[in-house]
Design a protein around this ligand. Sequence first.
Ligand code: 8YV
Length: 325
Amino acid sequence: MKKILVARRAPPAVLDQLKARFELDYHEGDVPLSADELRARLAGKVGAYITGTERITAELLDACPGLRVVCTMSVGYNHIDVAACTARRVLVTNTPDVLTETTADLGFALLMATARRMSEGERLLRDGGWKSWAWDFLAGADVHGTTLGILGMGRIGQALARRGRFGFGMNVVYHNRSRLPADVEAELGARYVSKGELLQQADHLVLVLPYSAESHHCIGAAELALMKPTATLVNIARGGIVDEDALAVALRERRIAAAGLDVFEGEPRVNPVLLTLPNIVLTPHIGSATMPTRIAMARLAADNLAAVLSGAAPLTPVNPEILPL
Ligand code: 8YV
């Protein structure tokens, strides 16, 4: 039987599916393996079943020359050095599509909670601070009929655009590395604008672009300065896209109205300065966290692993150019 590492606690049904076909080294924990532990346990394995938090580096790959496939239970793969994998003919797979709608739901929930100051309201209520009514009591920003800006118009960005346009009558503008085909733009009712225009026009700006060296801190002080003082910013992509210190200043000085963050640069550690701000909604990276979606992601990662190691085509390869293995 081929030996694989399952680097994180996985749903029982998916684990049974893997156990039936492979010899498993199972890290049944929620605390990730350290880089050293990962290297030690990957040695002698042909496959790795990981999540978005185990880093696959060139150094690790060199220490594990028998490795043929890395299957991550995430759509993002910035934790994997894909170029290094490709150079060593290690196939990488991810889990796109199955989490699109669920993640867009969370993005919209965060947008609503941020615009309508829901966390602030709940904190106030729990702390016994709800004493009376006032015309401007927790008065936030409207969502319906306003301008939704989307930075990164992949699958999740498009799912957000549909929610904004058809659910809330929003005017949708977007910026992306490449422009969508005209028929897709027309179907979504989304208008392509420059990044500067996006920042200036959005009442609610959602970040859904992949994280890379190019997108690192692509929202910093200069970008925040272009936004409307009444605007909100939502990040459901990766924490490193936003310069958190610059965001904290913008929120404190009310250069933008509020922010909703599901992802953090040092997660699970959260920049303490963010915790002190009232005009921010924080969630612990739960974009894809519904039971059906997490099970679908786990299953897709396992199906990819099984396919590749039995010589079949992977379902969702990241570097298909190295196929057949
Ligand atoms: C994952 C995510 O839950 O899919 C992604 O890229 O960010 C989340 O859906 C997380 O990365 C753990 O794998």
